[in-house]
Structure formats: structure tokens, C-alpha cells
Design a protein around this ligand. Sequence first.
Ligand SMILES: C[S@@+](CC[C@H](N)C(=O)[O-])C[C@H]1O[C@@H](n2cnc3c(N)ncnc32)[C@H](O)[C@@H]1O
Length: 212
Amino acid sequence: MTKRLDFIASLINKDDKVIDIGTDHGYLLILLYNKGIKCMGTDIHQKALDSALNNLKEYHLDKEIPLVLTDGLNNIKVDDYNTLVIAGMGYNTIKHILTKTDKLNSINKIIVQSNNDYDKLRLLFNKLEYKIDKEYIIMDKKHLYHIISYLKGKEVLTKEEILFGKYNKEYQKYYQQDLEKLKEILKNIPDSHQKIILDIKEKINVLEKYIL
Ligand SMILES: C[S@@+](CC[C@H](N)C(=O)[O-])C[C@H]1O[C@@H](n2cnc3c(N)ncnc32)[C@H](O)[C@@H]1O
């Protein structure tokens, strides 16, 4: 198990009934089941599900936790669940999973950990009418992970919030790191790439406001 998965499990409450989409090794399922939470896992790759099944067997949970080979929520009776976890994937896959389904009605909560494009991700969830409950940045084995907990509902996000999430003073040092990275990138972009330069400058402006 990892600090990242432990953290995701800590965001799940007793009343949540969870589908872990792209469960892979199934470790999150084991953590959730041991907390008394109803859960099931899906994955698009048989090899990943075989690995989940082996791990569930090791904990004698293979009869307790359903696993389904499928793309996202296809072929799944979603009504018995109210929460999704989608972790360890890129934005495009997450977008594919959430937009190629009409089964989000019963889903009140989504915990998402994308590997990239957090701004596009915030826009996508906003469009799907999920609002940010809380956004976290955690460090696990020298990697930074953004984990966002969403609840069903509409919200208006500012441009700043779309780019970097809701301001949180706990994350000052990460804003600072992002700012330094962007300034470094800016130095190496040729003048001919004006659009990219303007985008980066906009991000730098936001971060400078976020840093006290
Ligand atoms: C890097 S693993 C992440 C595993 C686990 N969720 C975690 O956070 O540790 C990504 C998993 O997502 C699965 N996956 C990718 N696209 C998927 C889709 N459309 N539907 C279901 N699973 C998918 C992959 O097969 C892979 O097992």
C-alpha cells in the first residue's frame, strides 16, 4: 500500500459505496473493505484485474469484492453505488470515462487523482456539475499528487481556481515550486511562441497572487 492510496481511502466515509475505476492491483479496495466500506473494482485490462484478484485472494476478500472487466462504467449497475474513485490516470482517460457514460445520476461524490492537466480536469468536473469539496496536494515517495474530492453540485470557478485550485495557504511551498518551474520554462521559449508565452505569464501572475 502507498501513502497516496491511504490518503484516498481516508477521504471515503462509512456511507460511501465505492466503485474504484481502474483498480489495477486492487489495493484501494482492500483498504476500503477493511474500513467496512462497500466497494467494487473495474479495470479495462485483464492483466490488471488478475493482479487485483490475486491480491484480494491473499486477504481472503475475493468473494467479498466484485471485480469487473470493463471500460469505465460500461456494463455496471451503478445504482447501488454513490461514489467513484478514479486515480492514477491521465486527464484524457478520466475525461473518456466520465463523458462516455450516462450513469452519473446516483454518483454524489468523486475522488479523482489525475496525473496531469489539473486545469482541464477542473473545467471538466465543473461542466459535469460536480463542485470541489476539497483539493489536496500530497507528497509520496518524492512525487507530488493532486487529489480532488468532488460532490455533486454546480459552482462558479474563477480563472485562478481553474488554473491552480482553490487557494489554500497550506500549499504555499507548492505554489512557490510551480512558480519557479514556470519562470524557468519561460526563459527557454523562443519569442515566436507568443501564445505559449502569454499562457505561462498568466499562470505566473496567478501564482504571484497566491504567494503571500
Ligand atoms: C496506473 S493504474 C492506477 C491504479 C490505481 N487506480 C491506483 O491509483 O493506484 C491505471 C489503471 O487504469 C486502468 N484503466 C485505464 N483506462 C481505463 C478505463 N477506460 N476503464 C477502466 N480502467 C481503465 C488501467 O488498465 C490501469 O490498471
